[in-house]
Ligand binder design. Sequence first.
Ligand code: ATP
Ligand code: MG
Length: 328
Amino acid sequence: MSLLQVDGLEMHFPVRGGVLNRVVSHVHAVNGVSFEVRRGETLGVVGESGCGKSTLGKCLVRLHEPTGGSFRYDGVEYAHSNHGELMDYRSRVQMIFQDPYSSLNPRLTIRDCLREVILFHGTNYVERKGVREPIGADELILELVEKVGLRADAVDKYPHEFSGGQRQRIGIARALACKPEFLIADEPVSALDVSIQAQVLNLLMDLKDEFGLTLIFISHDLKVIEHFCDRVLVMYLGNVVEEIPCEELHASAQHPYTRALLGANPINHPSEKRELTVLEGDVPSPFDLPKGCAFAGRCPIAEPRCRESRPPLERKSSGHRAACFLVG
Ligand SMILES: Nc1ncnc2c1ncn2[C@@H]1O[C@H](COP(=O)(O)OP(=O)(O)OP(=O)(O)O)[C@@H](O)[C@H]1O
Ligand SMILES: [Mg+2]
């Protein structure tokens, strides 16, 4: 059964202008996205910069209230719930942010930052054989810091005293402090040095196993997603254009955009064959979406009808959907 069910989710940001500061247009950041995530699964979300990945994540943790559509978590609808109704949801579903430099409060030591979260969510307990026993917040803070691979003396330091990789570990500890079931990791390593990226990714996957987490993993790098995820949603300009199990990606991906992303990955070994598809043309403006397929302007196989109407996301096989008139 699915833990998270997303139906036609939309986030259109108003753009204001003129002397009267009226709404003059909208940015169509997320444009009717539907998918589900099963308990324990890792779902990847891939797509170019600006395609709406972070906005999707922020809607799902309700940092934004979606302007359309809905989502249910564990059977309960949260897309338009108010602050009070979201209390419990917000400790169960946590997000790790793209930028480890701006996502921590610079005025709080790590201890204070984590204590604030623990006391707010009331997570200062340990669960043994299904029974909750209270523990001190300080004890839990030390445990969390150790879990994410930092030294105990890190707790009395401020965020600026840490490197990017260490800050991202603190961001992970902060998310874990809520004892979440579901994590949305928004490009957790893209701001880090390549040498540090693998360490943080491995940490995330170890924690996922240890705590039995369900994960949405956002990245613009299909290689990383393929390595860590069970299934991937490929997004283009606010839409899902393909959804496919990662193990079928190379053999069965159909959408020309997914194929282009696969072709754009660096080669692992010179003997590995790769299709060379170079994406030409510009991404259309999210202010003024084309009537037909959003990818048509850059698609190597587009026909006139692709510019006339938008292809629906159709089921191809179990777990595989693609939105293209011309494939499959
Ligand atoms: N608060 C906001 N107000 C107005 N427009 C926004 C807001 N947040 C995002 N957008 C716009 O929505 C679109 C999607 O942005 P988003 O940050 O979700 O993309 P992304 O896929 O996460 O990109 P990146 O890979 O660069 O992180 C962009 O055109 C962006 O400018
Ligand atoms: Mg983003």
